[in-house]
Design a protein around this ligand. Structure first.
Ligand SMILES: Nc1ncnc2c1ncn2[C@@H]1O[C@H](COP(=O)(O)OP(=O)(O)OP(=O)(O)O)[C@@H](O)[C@H]1O
Ligand SMILES: [Mg+2]
Length: 651
């Protein structure tokens, strides 16, 4: 038994690895994953420019950072006073007087501490909200940028990849703005203030301690960098795994009908890396030098713990060494015990502050990588309609005509076209065809001849390489794109419904008020009213994701009704070849017969009845028109057509 996959959803139809345009392939270095190819220069500035409305609040948080860190750091100096008050208490000082003095000092310390903590609470709250505002704005911008792209773009980018950009990468950028950058600033403010205070207390001891801190910091830089690149690699591998899983989940029927669950699991596991396949825990390289999240994560954990051991372990080591030297200075009378305790906490603060800078800087680098991928999409100018200032200067002034009505006279003049993803294969070669308004043209021919391509070009999903396509004597490229598409309706071979109610699906292409009676009359014309009204919830029935809850024939009739409701001037039908039994085929045929009246129709026809009824039949083969004529005419003169009809009759 031979099965074919002809589902029309992008995930099912798309190649496993999207084809590359020569231009974009150049950007990708050898060995890079798909996720890395489409990236622009990473930029922190661009992230911040997106947060322009939040600038003022960012300045406020910066002030709050300084205030809360300064208050935290001043406390050790105050507490030092309490130590020294007790240590240096005079013989004749009463206990209650001493307690009173200590109470005053500690009361002040606690007041400052709570004030600082409250300011800290305010700052993290504001930061969090800034992050949420930014990520929501970025997601909206990114989604609208993606939806504006031309169809060729979606031939290159898988659904999973785009979903990952919208989800994972935007979240990474949110964390960078709302957490990592403020943490880097906090760490810097903390460390610099602590260093200044240390020098104010005792320059000698400050010098020794700072020397140690610098050594630790320098050692931690390469570790931090490698942590950053490992985190990025991890994100990339996860992104690829997500691309695979989205593709499989979007095509579960195909996966299960081929019993390909294991194959899909393997494809996913190859990128995730099943830890149970490595009995000694060590993730050896997968076949084909593939990295997996487990392998990258394994080394990430190693470097991560090395990084923090160095910062905290090394930091505490130096703390004790400086303490040792501090005791010596106390003995020498150059420092009080109280000052030494303050000193101790500053060393700790510097260690902690620099650790904070290092760890968060690594995350900022990771976020920078994501910014390159996100801004590549946000800034990408769709090639259709052509940008106002295109490279070839001359064409830069684009007309955008919006005539009052579309008559529906269509002209293809010597059209030459190849898909952008396969520039070397000519799909239409010197294609010329004239279609009069209010007539039906049937396109027939072998599979791969270019029939669907003709329909795609008329909707300007792709721009042609040479020749002209004209509607009512105006060049397609001179007409407003939205206007053209709004005057056309397209019923695909396997129509797409959305996970909404039948009513919402029917009204998908309509932006006017539609009464229930108009809705029902369109459905009656499309032979859809009868079955919809047998459902208990009628027009409010939910059709399930991508319309899985309705049959193929029902889906087609709903799609025809949806097209009729747009009151289109041009109807494009990609007739279903299979999946319908004789009865539903008859019902769909009736629906089509009613739909073609009073408009220009191009139908990619497979059924003899549709072909016969057409005003002109275009026979296509090998990317060219072989013949044009009426049924009787072609039956006499065209060999290809005779073969085609003979095959139909045999069926
Ligand atoms: N998005 C695409 N990117 C690259 N090549 C494509 C794309 N879509 C179609 N092609 C190629 O263009 C050629 C014409 O395809 P088209 O879909 O127009 O054929 P068709 O006549 O509609 O065939 P069928 O009857 O099987 O639907 C085929 O060789 C096909 O492989
Ligand atoms: Mg086709």
């Amino acid at each position: 038994m031979c099965k074919s996959i002809d589902g029309s959803d992008a995930a099912e139809k798309g190649d496993l690895i999207p084809p590359k345009t020569p231009k974009e392939t150049e950007k990708g270095k050898k060995g890079e994953t798909d996720a890395l190819k489409f990236s622009t220069e990473p930029s922190l500035k661009k992230i911040f420019m997106m947060a322009e409305p939040e600038f003022l609040m960012m300045v406020v948080t910066l002030i709050f950072i300084i205030a809360s860190e300064a208050s935290n750091l001043v406390i050790p100096l105050i507490v030092a006073d309490a130590y020294d008050t007790i240590i240096f208490a005079g013989e004749n000082e009463t206990k209650s007087a001493l307690n009173g003095e200590v109470n005053k000092i500690m009361g002040l310390a606690l007041t400052i501490y709570f004030a600082g903590t409250f300011v800290g609470f305010l700052r993290t709250t504001i930061q969090g909200i800034i992050g949420e505002r930014l990520v929501a704005r970025l997601r909206c911008k990114l989604y609208s940028a993606i939806l504006k792209q031309e169809i060729a773009f979606f031939d290159e980018h898988s659904t999973g990849e785009l979903v990952s950009r919208l989800g994972n990468d935007t979240t990474l950028l949110q964390t960078v703005v709302s957490l990592n950058i403020p943490e880097v600033l906090t760490g810097l403010v903390k460390s610099i203030t602590a260093i200044i205070l240390m020098f104010m207390l005792n320059a000698k001891l400050a010098g020794v301690s700072l020397g140690g801190v610098i050594v630790i910091f320098l050692l931690s830089v390469p570790l931090g960098k490698s942590l950053g690149s490992l985190s990025k690699a991890y994100q990339d591998e996860l992104g690829t795994a997500q691309t695979h899983s989205t593709e499989a989940l979007g095509a579960m029927r195909t996966v299960q009908s081929f019993a390909a669950e294991r194959k899909e699991i393997n494809r996913f596991e190859k990128k995730i890396g099943n830890p149970d396949h490595f009995p000694k825990w060590y993730p050896t390289m997968m076949e084909g030098d593939e990295r997996s999240t487990y392998r990258v994560g394994y080394f990430k954990s190693l470097v991560n713990s090395g990084f923090f051991t160095l910062i905290f372990g090394g930091g505490f080591g130096f703390l004790y060494i400086s303490l040792w030297y501090g005791f010596y200075l106390v003995n020498q009378g150059e420092l009080t015990i109280g000052q030494l305790t303050a000193f101790q906490s500053y060393v700790f603060n510097i260690g902690f502050g620099l650790g904070q800078v290092g760890a968060n800087a690594a995350k900022v680098f990771e976020g920078l990588g994501a910014s390159g991928r996100v801004f590549y999409l946000v800034e990408r100018i769709p090639t259709i309609p052509k940008p106002a200032s295109s490279d070839d200067g001359k064409k830069s002034a684009q007309k955008s005509l919006k005539p009052a009505t579309m008559e529906g006279n269509i002209e293809f003049e010597n059209v030459k076209f190849s898909y952008p993803s396969r520039p070397d294969i000519t799909v239409l070669d010197d294609f010329s065809l004239s279609i009069q308004k209010n007539t039906t043209t049937a396109l027939v021919g072998s599979s791969g001849a270019g029939k669907s391509t003709v329909v795609a070009l008329l909707q300007r999903f792709y721009d042609i390489d040479s020749g002209n396509i004209k509607i009512d004597n105006e060049k397609l490229t001179d007409l407003d794109l939205q206007w053209v598409r709004s005057k056309m309706a397209y019923v695909q071979q396997e129509p797409q419904l959305f996970g909404l109610s039948v009513r919402d699906n029917l009204l998908y292409g309509v932006d006017r008020e539609v009464s229930q009676s108009e809705l029902e009359s369109a459905c009656e014309d499309a032979n859809a009213h009868e079955f919809i009204s047998t459902w208990s919830e009628g027009y409010d029935t939910l059709v399930g994701e991508r319309g899985v809850k309705v049959s193929g024939g029902q889906k087609q009739r709903i799609a025809i009704a949806r097209a009729l409701l747009t009151k289109c001037s041009v109807l494009l039908l990609d007739e279903a070849t299979s999946a319908l039994d004789a009865e539903s085929e008859h019902l769909v045929q009736q629906a089509i017969d009613k739909a073609v009246v009073g408009r220009t129709v191009i139908v990619i026809a497979h059924r003899l009845s549709t072909i016969r009824a057409a005003d002109q039949i275009v026979v296509m083969d090998d990317h060219k028109i072989v013949d044009v004529g009426s049924h009787d005419n072609l039956l006499e003169t065209c060999k290809k057509y005779q073969d085609l009809i003979n095959r139909q009759n045999k069926k």
